[in-house]
Ligand binder design. Structure first.
Ligand code: HEM
Length: 325
């Protein structure tokens, strides 16, 4: 009887805790959803898709650049469009940080989509959401999988120049460093390997892989020789571009992983995913199964795109993506 007296309040407390949890969970769900702009800006997604597709038809590489721009936004203080802010006397832009400067591209495409959206629904759609949707549309345009993007992110009022320098992984990182950098963002080894598959698209500058093709032994010699033609050993041609996936540079496929298994990864950080370490088996799995790669890529992109979003009244909706209101 006495124990009954003690357990009843306990059950009531647990029940109310559970209900509280349930309600806060459904609040989170209500804050971000794929239908977030259905009433307030029904054409937003269509405008983004049209703008992205037009940009890619002018410049095929743009698909890759938009996917990378989104990654570089989300990895630095979350998906808050902080990467899009220009430097001012009070803002030191992420654009000017080492990993982005003279490297990240696609800012104009996001700005163009924003301009078009502002015409029909001013002050409603965030630059952070536009960038996230643009990355998805870019993957689709290259023949990759599609997925529903949760919307409702808001934009930052600041940029994080120093963090861009520390949080974005370097192409010389060893495997442990890559795993740790991703773990800090709540991303697993599988997410690391799946997201790196974005290197099925796009280009890289000679100075970022020169050391590898001239000095490393974990590289296929014929592959290295081919790459040397576009990337001389002397310090010339630093900015010469080479495709990250030599075989199908404009198609989103699992060829990147097949390259790694043949020691044809262009960046050292790419090859380190298949170099006798703990991620070798994941690389082999994706090389064998495009379906497994696509499924894991989608779930990892969703995780990436939901790193520290500004919701719940935090942040702002910028009028233009390159400046705070
Ligand atoms: C795992 C750690 C990563 C490292 C060390 C890394 C590093 C790099 C480097 C050095 C470049 C070439 C930049 C240049 O030449 O200017 C590049 C390009 C690119 N990266 Fe990554 N990256 C990583 C992960 C990712 C992730 C997670 C994504 C997207 C989900 C991504 C998407 C891309 C794309 C698409 C390009 C080509 C961009 C273009 O052609 O404009 N990367 N990456």
């Amino acid at each position: 009887m006495a124990s009954h007296i003690y357990t009843t309040p306990c059950i009531i407390a647990s029940l109310s805790c559970f209900l509280l949890l349930l309600s806060s969970f459904s609040q989170c769900q209500a804050q971000m959803s794929p239908t977030f702009y259905n009433k307030t800006c029904p054409n937003a997604l269509k405008i983004i898709r049209t703008t992205v597709n037009q940009a890619i038809s002018r410049d095929r590489r743009m698909a890759a650049s938009l996917v990378r721009l989104h990654f570089h936004d989300c990895f630095v203080q979350g998906c808050d469009a902080s990467i899009l802010l220009d430097s001012t006397p009070v803002i030191e832009g992420e654009k000017d940080a080492l990993p982005n400067n003279a490297s990240a591209r696609g800012y104009d495409v996001i700005e163009a989509a924003k301009r078009e959206i502002e015409k029909s629904c001013p002050g409603v759609v965030s630059c952070a959401d536009i960038l996230t949707v643009a990355a998805r549309d870019a993957v689709v345009s290259a023949g990759g999988p599609s997925w529903a993007v949760n919307l409702g992110r808001r934009d930052s009022t600041m940029a994080y120049h120093a963090k861009a320098g520390t949080d974005l992984p370097s192409p010389y990182s060893d495997l442990d460093t890559l795993i740790t950098a991703f773990a800090k963002k709540g991303l697993s080894k599988r997410d690391l390997v799946a997201l790196s598959g974005a290197h099925t698209l796009g280009q890289t500058q000679c100075f970022l892989f020169r050391y590898r093709i001239y000095n490393h032994t974990d590289v296929d010699p014929d592959f290295a020789n081919t790459r040397k033609r576009q990337c001389p050993e002397q310090q010339i041609g630093d900015k010469n571009l080479s495709p990250l996936d030599l075989v199908t540079p404009y198609v989103f496929d699992n060829n990147y992983y097949k390259n790694l298994m043949q020691k044809k990864g262009l960046l050292q950080s790419d090859q380190n995913l298949f170099n006798g370490g703990v991620t070798d088996s994941i690389v082999s799995e994706y090389a064998k199964s495009p379906e497994a790669f696509n499924t894991d890529f989608v779930s990892a992109m969703i995780k990436l795109s939901e790193i520290q979003p500004l919701i719940d009244g935090h942040g702002i909706i910028r009028k233009v993506c390159s400046a705070v209101n």
